[in-house]
Design a protein around this ligand. Structure first.
Ligand SMILES: C[S@@+](CC[C@H](N)C(=O)[O-])C[C@H]1O[C@@H](n2cnc3c(N)ncnc32)[C@H](O)[C@@H]1O
Length: 280
């Protein structure tokens, strides 16, 4: 039981939320995660002046509750992220992946990049700051940069590009903060040219994807951990089909394609790994 509600989450209600999460986001809520549902949905119960989680689930069961369902799914998604998260992948992008792609695309001078679960935007802005710092050569190129997420709330945050002091303290070098952000009240707003260079899309990775350009680089980090094996295989299969054969796929530190997708080979650079389709 949680403060502010009069009854604990019944197992039938937990099962309902689990199934709904799976149906709408492919995210698997494991058994025993009742506490997570309680913690994440409490604010919705309170904002809507409901008496219990049971009342919230009852409202979800009604067919006309699309808005509420969206709100609940969003609240249950884990949006944890930070600037230059894990550092090493960004080093391998700087030292190895981009130099390789730049040399291979020097005739066309185009690159297509997709950040496939962008959360609040820190990951894709980190990538663009890295380009700005280290690859002035790309200024004359046609860069298509797409950032997507299932969460409309996170997409909105990413589009706004405004971050709290706490958020910019996590991973963002002070020099970049000074160079690429403006102080707006107590928060920090990334320069407009970064925001304008990204196309933001709502994409559910667990469903069929919209038409997207063939990608040279996909960042799909720390999202597959929430999926079951069947969904991971489907997602990786779609990623392989979407990529140029010499493109690169980055997954989170605890994610891999091993035993899931033999269309990829592992590419290691110093202490970091990424994946490349193994069709030549
Ligand atoms: C833990 S964050 C990772 C953010 C970022 N990629 C990083 O590594 O820091 C996971 C993100 O995946 C998104 N997500 C969860 N399920 C999704 C789905 N089925 N399709 C697209 N995005 C999803 C969440 O909304 C969240 O923003």
């Amino acid at each position: 039981m949680i403060n502010g509600t009069s009854s604990p989450l019944l197992s039938v209600d937990f099962d309902y939320v689990r199934q709904m999460m799976f149906d709408y986001s492919s995210v698997v809520l494991e058994a025993g995660k009742e506490y997570l549902v309680e913690a994440r949905l409490l604010s919705i119960v309170q904002e809507r002046e409901m008496n219990s989680l049971g009342e919230l689930v009852e409202a979800l069961r009604k067919k006309s509750s699309n808005k509420l369902r969206q709100e609940v799914v969003e609240a249950m998604l884990t949006n944890e992220t930070s600037f230059f998260r894990d550092v090493k992948p960004f080093e391998s992008i700087r030292e190895f992946v981009l130099p390789d792609l730049i040399s291979k695309r020097s005739a066309e001078r185009t690159l297509n990049i997709w950040c496939a679960a962008c959360s609040g935007g820190q990951e894709i802005y980190s990538f663009l700051m890295l380009i700005k710092e280290y690859f002035p050569i790309l200024e004359g190129w046609k860069l298509k940069v797409i950032a997507s997420d299932l969460s409309l709330r996170m997409l909105e945050k990413a589009k706004r590009g405004i971050y709290s002091q706490l958020e910019v303290n996590r991973g963002l070098p002070a020099a970049y903060l000074v160079k690429y952000f403006e102080k707006v009240g107590l928060e920090w707003e990334i320069h407009e040219n970064f925001r304008k260079s990204i196309e933001f899309l709502s994409v559910n990775l667990g469903s069929s994807w919209p038409a997207l350009p063939v990608m040279d680089l996909i960042l799909m980090r720390n999202v597959m951990i929430y999926f079951d094996v069947k969904t991971k295989k489907r997602v990786l299969n779609q990623a392989a089909e979407l990529m140029n054969s010499d493109g690169y796929l980055f997954l989170g530190g605890v994610e891999s394609t091993i035993n899931l997708a033999d269309q990829f080979e592992i590419v290691s650079w110093k202490q970091s790994s990424c994946y490349r389709p193994n069709r030549v």
